[in-house]
Unconditional design. Structure first.
Length: 513
């Protein structure tokens, strides 16, 4: 490269002079009104502490035990119990906790599809993270002290030709601690859905698989499943859409040794001139401990009896419980008229809890209890005075559940007073009693906001006639869970303004390193 000595010296001197001038200017104070030199500093780093709430998030599931304790899940990342004796909250498991029984694993989604039996044992689907494991999850029973495995991802699913369990949902627990559940299997996960039963001490057993021949359907095969219930005899009630054969859908009761068809679309509907439609969802059916299924169905070409409720167990054709032209046989008079699409419960005494809009009766809406061999009982009727209010009368049933004692916990819309809705306990042999009314003062402050928290499964009823239910808390704008007893009234189980127990974590999930 060309270089001239004189020019090089001149350029070097000029560069030194410019550097000295820049240094002097940087050291001199800025002129009045001049902008300060920009600076850079960290606003947040991965070492900064997060400010997280130390209060419960809104509850998503509840479960009531026979002793009156209440399990609840705030979100999908925590599992707590409220003690009926002292009102204390016990933290059982939270996201990021070490997962019991699996060294080095961390809990993730917890207590999905939670079900609780009278003994206070809980079936659930839990997920956890473990180094070297691919998305581990399984069906577990919490027995009050331990999480006991029923089935785990990667284990062989019986009856599938070597397929492995991949995912689980829809758990049901019996009083003898057996669990029924649905599961997908892999590697052929498309169309690989099945129903299984198992326990913590015995083998998993298959009830039915998608693609298998469905009995009583003319060679059709199962296409989908929805579990209705599970009893202590190990029987699972379910309904399924059917591919091929002579019907589009049917109701079944199954055990590991075989499945019986209870009713199918297109079959004659007893008590009518038509055939079952069976456009079903899980709110149209109920299952009891004797293996019986109570189900609502529309009727095709049935004339005035275009719908009704039937009962069957698969050992004989289903029997009619009620159709619209049947007399109510109650002091209301008239006929059942429009038989509502909700079957709320079916107990071991054979009582079915359902709603109907009678024709020619002294009331145009009622909640009834009826068995195949007995006369109907009225739990409440439209226009009847609602207990606990001022001038309120009952209007319509919104939600209900039934226990083995023939008691029904129900939510009803009200008219003619300050409370538009309430929770009550009735039986058909005595007048209903109040549990809670909308806008009534709630334990712990605020007022009940019941209307926004009524949905299927919103209330739990045990065999001691105790009720747990969701409610908003008007005033502080919280969400809470409450428990009512016949002798003690309403107690607050939890609310979103309650502080977490001292040993609880405020958690944001992060992946394991």
């Amino acid at each position: 490269m060309f270089s001239h000595p004189y020019l090089t010296r001149k350029l070097s001197a000029l560069f030194a002079l410019c550097s000295l001038l820049a240094l002097l200017l940087s050291a001199a104070p800025p002129p009045s009104g001049a902008a300060k030199k920009p600076s850079t500093r960290a606003l947040v780093t991965d070492r900064d502490k997060l400010t997280l709430s130390e209060q419960f998030t809104p509850p998503t599931q509840i479960g009531l035990t026979g002793a009156g304790d209440v399990f609840f899940t705030p979100g999908a990342a925590a599992f707590f119990r409220w003690d009926a004796d002292d009102g204390a909250h016990a933290r059982i498991l939270q996201e990021n906790d070490p997962y019991p029984g699996f060294p080095g694993a961390e809990a993730q989604a917890i207590a999905q599809n939670m079900r609780v039996n009278e003994a206070g044992h809980v079936s659930m689907v839990n997920s956890f993270a473990a180094e070297g494991a691919r998305n581990p999850r399984g069906v577990f029973i919490y027995d009050g002290a331990n999480f006991l495995k029923v089935a785990l991802r990667g284990e062989v699913a019986p009856g599938t030709g070597g397929q492995l369990f991949a995912n689980f949902f829809s758990t049901f627990i019996s009083e003898n601690d057996r669990v029924a559940f649905q599961a997908f299997t892999e590697p052929n996960i498309i169309g690989s859905l099945g129903i299984f039963t198992g326990s913590t001490s015995g083998p998993i057993e298959k009830i039915a698989l998608v693609g298998e021949t469905a009995p009583g359907t003319g060679g059709g095969t199962y296409a989908t499943f929805t579990i209705v219930g599970f009893n202590d005899a190990g029987q699972v009630a379910f309904f399924s859409n059917i591919l091929g054969g002579t019907t589009r859908r049917a109701v079944f009761v199954g055990t590991p040794t075989g499945v019986l068809k209870v009713a199918a679309a297109g079959e004659p509907a007893p008590g009518t001139t038509g055939t079952f439609n069976l456009q079903l969802n899980v709110n149209n059916l109920a299952f009891n401990g004797n293996g019986g299924v109570a189900f609502f169905s529309g009727v095709i070409a049935g004339g005035p009896n275009n719908r009704g409720i039937w009962v069957g167990d698969g050992t004989a054709p289903a029997s009619k419980l009620v159709v619209p032209t049947d007399p109510t046989g109650t002091p209301l008079g008239g006929t059942f008229g429009f038989v509502g699409t909700r079957v709320y419960g079916f107990n071991d005494a054979g009582q079915v809890l359902f709603q109907s809009n009678p024709n020619g009766a002294t009331s145009t809406h009622a909640l009834f209890l009826k068995s195949l061999s007995g006369t109907a009982q009225v739990v409440f009727s439209r226009g009847q005075v609602a207990p606990g209010g001022t001038t309120e009368t009952f209007d319509t049933a919104l939600e209900a559940t039934l226990n083995q004692n023939g008691k029904a916990a129900f939510a009803a819309a009200l008219q003619g007073g300050a409370s538009p809705v309430g929770w009550f306990l009735g039986s058909g042999v005595a007048a209903p009693v109040e549990i809670a009314l909308e806008r009534e003062p709630a334990p712990g402050g605020g007022a009940f906001g019941i209307a926004a928290e009524i949905f299927p499964g919103t209330a739990q009823l045990n065999e001691n006639d105790e009720v747990a239910f969701f409610a908003e808390i008007l005033g502080p704008n919280d969400t809470g869970v409450f428990r009512w007893t016949p002798t003690g009234g309403v107690a607050r189980v939890m609310s979103t303004s309650d502080q977490l127990p001292p040993d609880a974590n405020t958690v944001i999930f992060t992946f394991m390193p």
